[in-house]
Write a protein that binds this ligand. Sequence first.
Ligand code: FEO
Length: 393
Amino acid sequence: MKPIAIELRKGVHWVGVKDWGRRMFDGLIPLPHGTSYNAYLVQGEKTALVDTVNPGFEGELLAKIGAITDPATLDYVIMNHAEPDHAGAIPIVLAASPQARLVLTAKGADMAARYYQVPRERMQVVTDADMLDLGGKTLRFVDAPFLHWPETMFTYLAEDKILFPCDFFGSHTAAGVYDDEVADLPVRAQMYFGEIMMPFHKAGERALKKLTDLPIELIAPSHGPLWRHPERILDLYRKWTAGETLPKAVVAYVSMWGSTERLVRIVAETLLGEGIRVAVHDLAQVDVGDLAGDLVDGRALVLGAPTVLGGLHPAALNAANLIRALKPPLKYAAVLSSHGWAGGAVRQAQEILAPTGIELIGALGVHGRATEEEENAARSLAEELANRIKGER
Ligand code: FEO
């Protein structure tokens, strides 16, 4: 197969890899559309490779570089991020390019030494606003820690106004080269933000402020299509990192014999009747990405779960812990539960949600199937939640 490198600008090529068949990331995130590991070759008088690819694709990367220039002649490899999906090919690239230096942050240097056994003498540590003159192409580095790990940075190509932000602004899809070629890309990007960036939204806000000084014509992340309409993703990230929410409830539930589901349906339909957007996820078969995407702009959570062995049904326990870890901008929550002989789910849900700052508007636990009185209580709880979501008391 002839290696395809895509010219983005004169002297700037995409030399990444599309992993169409990958279906799971980090053992947690489903990838129904695969993903890509984008790497970029920047050529002035000297040549720099910006990021590498996932282990297993080193040969494809070197072949794509080889379609443009001899891989043995690289002068620099820029490591924006040490995670193996971008840095895993570094040992093989450095072996193929004996004089290339690895450019990275100080924290990145420790990680490159530990994870990839890169000798310190081959590293060049950079910090915020440092420049690297390639001769006709100038790279500027932007400290952007915790997007996604502590060592992360962005690289900016001044002459072409291209930002290489690695994970930031990414999306997990192998489709397309540019943003306007993938119809559902904003949805994919929102899921990705929820999965990867939402816990670091404050770091994201800080990074966006830094970028206001830089004219950007192309955002070239390391996953998913490139944003040749940068304002599309910048606008979305301004909202998402700021925690802007919609009048929307994320209803996450699991049911065994239908009693919890009945409460969930009453609450969901009451919310809809009150003009609230409702996103329902059955936790027994949920795609974590779908749930994470809805949490990015949801204002309220409705958690529904029966009691199993004295606590939350395990699917709901897992989801509640995940929600706490992802730090979504949820303001309000309600808990719905049923039990066969003794409760416990409501108490455990309250314990997990307590440290999040999400205000628990109410909890309803029923013994078996809800009575008419309990169903009315569920409607009242939904109405109260709707009022809070709408900003009414
Ligand atoms: Fe795509 Fe954090 O690596």
